[in-house]
Write a new protein. Structure first.
Length: 429
């Protein structure tokens, strides 16, 4: 795990109950002793506010006898059980901390873009990042700490792009089919890509800032539709059309669990913000799973067509689902539909994303719509971006920091940036 203060890996991570930041135990102890404050927020902080983060323990390889296949299997089973036990406790502890943190952090940040600013957004940048012979940017993620964007294309490549400087940092080549999902991990230390070639690849950031191939995870037998990162950045879950989802320890590239219950092909997936539950989309349902037990908790009959995307709001109360028949907003406290936004008649709705505050929801298709989640029960449309003639359908999108811009991938392999003219941070885009 990465210390938020030193930006380096730590073998003894702790988490602040007040801010949610991860620190190295020895480093934060010294800083608190000297200043009594959080090095990131500047707010008062004491050791009573610091909790140890449990991470899985890997058995010493030198103690393993690999002289027979039966011994090897036994060791692997023991490793998995140990890591599963540690994972269960870590997820339970982190889930409780994350719920407390959300309860104590309900104030809307003053830096959040207003609805008026979003309404005034326009196309501020168009960037050709992927090959056009196999068009489409199918997946997108943003490292908020550095405003770096990662895109996954139908051309089987992934691109890491610095939207501030306008430079491509890395072109990640290795997949043999389209990159369906992409995620940053640990403030950009890693990039994880999932592909229709049934593999997941891990890419490591070098000292120079570029990314290099590190490891491949090849346990699926069909297209990988989603890669999900646990909120504490320690665990990875992959979901596939082979009807399984796998749980990995990111630090050791080790599969802890393979969950294969039922015959539903997973079309999309996402972590709930408390880290204890994931949601998976299928032919029409959204199914919810207890990660620690791998139990199917419940399901909702969401759409009349395959679910193309799901997203949880940061407070964990709301779920958005998308399919060809439109976008639905759900209240997870009562498992009921709050609003159904109309379908994009030309393409159906594909990508959706909540901003970090949970006040805004964006959806993409032949155009981009931004909805005001705070305006219940009307949930009005704040803005519709459809004045970019000649640009193909939106296939992926993500809110930037404080919702001050929206990054979107198009079917003709362009990265599009939408921002307010007043946003000086994006004037060079």
């Amino acid at each position: 795990m990465i210390c938020s203060f030193s930006k380096k890996s730590t073998e003894c991570p702790v988490i602040s109950k007040t801010s949610g930041y991860i620190f190295d135990k020895l480093l934060i102890e010294k800083f608190i002793l000297d200043s009594g404050k959080c090095p990131i927020t500047g707010e008062p902080l004491s050791m009573d506010d610091i909790v140890l983060v449990r991470t899985p323990k890997i058995p010493d390889a030198e103690t393993v006898d690999m002289s027979s296949s039966s011994n090897s299997k036994t060791v692997e089973e023991i490793d998995c059980q140990r890591m599963l036990d540690d994972m269960v406790e870590a997820i339970r502890e982190s889930s409780a901390r994350l719920r407390r943190f959300r309860r104590n952090s309900r104030e809307i940040p003053t830096s959040l873009a207003s609805a008026d600013a979003l309404q005034n957004c326009m196309l501020s940048g168009t960037h050709h990042l992927h090959k056009t012979d196999m068009p489409g940017i199918l997946s997108l993620d943003i490292d908020i700490s550095k405003d770096i964007i990662a895109t996954g294309g139908a051309d089987a490549n992934a691109i890491v792009y610095d939207q501030v400087s306008g430079n491509v940092i890395s072109a990640l080549e290795g997949h043999t089919k389209q990159v369906t999902s992409i995620k940053f991990v640990k403030e950009g230390e890693l990039v994880i890509t999932g592909s229709a070639d049934s593999t997941v690849r891990v890419w490591q950031r070098s000292e120079g800032g570029s990314y290099k191939y590190k490891h491949i995870l090849d346990h699926h037998t069909d297209e990988v539709q989603a890669v999900m990162i646990h909120p504490i950045q320690t665990y990875l879950i992959t979901a596939s059309l082979d009807c399984t989802w796998n749980l990995y320890d990111i630090s050791h590239d080790f599969r802890i669990v393979a969950c294969a219950k039922g015959s539903e092909r997973f079309t999309t997936a996402a972590f709930h913000p408390d880290g204890h539950v994931i949601g998976t989309g299928t032919s029409r349902f959204v199914r919810f799973w207890d990660v620690s037990k791998q139990d199917d908790i419940f399901k909702i009959d969401a759409h009349a067509a395959p679910v193309s995307s799901i997203a949880f709001s940061e407070n964990g109360y709301h779920l958005a689902t998308a399919a060809e028949d439109g976008v639905k907003l759900w209240d997870l406290r009562f498992i009921r539909t709050l609003m159904t936004f109309p379908s994009d008649l030309k393409t159906g709705t594909r990508p959706i994303d909540f901003d970090y505050s949970g006040l805004y929801l964006a959806s993409g298709g032949s155009h981009i719509s931004v909805y005001d989640i705070a305006s219940a029960p009307k949930y009005g449309t704040i803005a519709t971006f459809s004045d970019y003639s000649g640009i193909a359908n939106i296939t992926s999108l993500k809110f930037g920091k404080d919702a001050k811009y929206i990054a979107a991938g198009s079917q003709d392999s362009k990265l599009l940036l939408f921002s307010s003219p007043k946003n000086d941070e994006l004037m060079d885009c």
